[in-house]
Design a protein. Structure first.
Length: 256
């Protein structure tokens, strides 16, 4: 069911939230979820609201954000938009498990959480995009991913994986972060973003940006401190990872 946030912005809540922009009897998805199952629910919700799905914007190319692209393309014929660089990974999702591992991936990292179904990208995103009568701003948010963007309406910021819920950070204390320096800079710029509502892929709409930023900064600094404490003379990468994981309470690193 479409849940209204403000103005043309709606959300479909789930394990991975999907944003929806509504206007002129049409709908634009913001991300497509992990797989066909979630994408089908999104398509059904839009159809039940008597809207025609016309486009899909990917905030970034991680599989839980573009795993439903292929289904929505086939079912509704949506035009797919993605940021520069991220677009290549959406079209060639085999690149994600490859760059995570550095070689042909082993089975545990080659499932749907890391290897989405491929889909075409029709348009590479620029600073703004106008769809279904609504002009959306693309907020550069690199760090978690190489060239992630947020999607902004006048009142709502859809942030992808720029921020995580505090409870999720407690459960998974080591965030995935492609570029820590870029991520810190994104958090600084995000603090100046004045919107009424903020929506993440893994937290519900909230007005408490300050609290989210504080929790995410604490997590990032705690992880950095654990890594720096783990670095010793001639310490190998494997030893640093094991020591930092132990310090942060990550009890198992077994990929199976």
């Amino acid at each position: 069911m479409l849940e209204p946030i403000a103005g043309p912005a709606y959300v479909l809540s789930g394990r991975v939230n999907i944003g929806v922009i509504v206007g002129d009897g049409q709908a634009v998805f913001i991300d497509s979820g992990l797989d066909e199952s979630q994408a089908r629910k999104a398509a059904q919700a839009v159809e039940q609201a008597k809207l025609r799905a016309v486009a899909l914007i990917n905030t970034h190319a991680h599989a839980d954000h573009c795993g439903g692209n292929a289904f929505l393309r086939k079912r509704a014929g949506v035009a797919i938009y993605a940021p520069p660089i991220e677009a290549a990974f959406v079209q060639h999702p085999e690149l994600e498990p490859f760059y995570l591992f550095g070689a042909a991936p082993f089975p545990a990292i080659d499932g749907k959480w890391f290897h989405a179904a491929p889909s075409p990208v029709d348009h590479v995103l620029g600073p703004t995009v106008s769809l279904c009568g609504v002009t959306l701003e693309c907020f550069a948010a690199p760090g978690h991913s190489i060239n992630q963007v947020g999607v902004l309406t006048p009142d709502v910021a859809f942030l992808g994986d720029t921020l995580m819920a505090p409870a999720l950070l407690e459960r998974y204390p080591i965030q995935y972060c492609y570029d820590v320096v870029a991520h810190r800079e994104t958090l600084t710029r995000l603090a100046a973003l004045a919107k009424r509502w903020y929506v993440g892929a893994h937290f519900p709409p909230t007005q408490d940006l300050e609290g989210l930023l504080a929790a995410n900064r604490r997590n990032l600094e705690r992880t950095a401190e654990a890594v720096l404490d783990a670095v010793g003379p001639a310490a190998s990468t494997e030893e640093v990872v094991a020591r930092a994981a132990e310090a942060l309470g990550v009890l198992s690193m077994d990929p199976s």
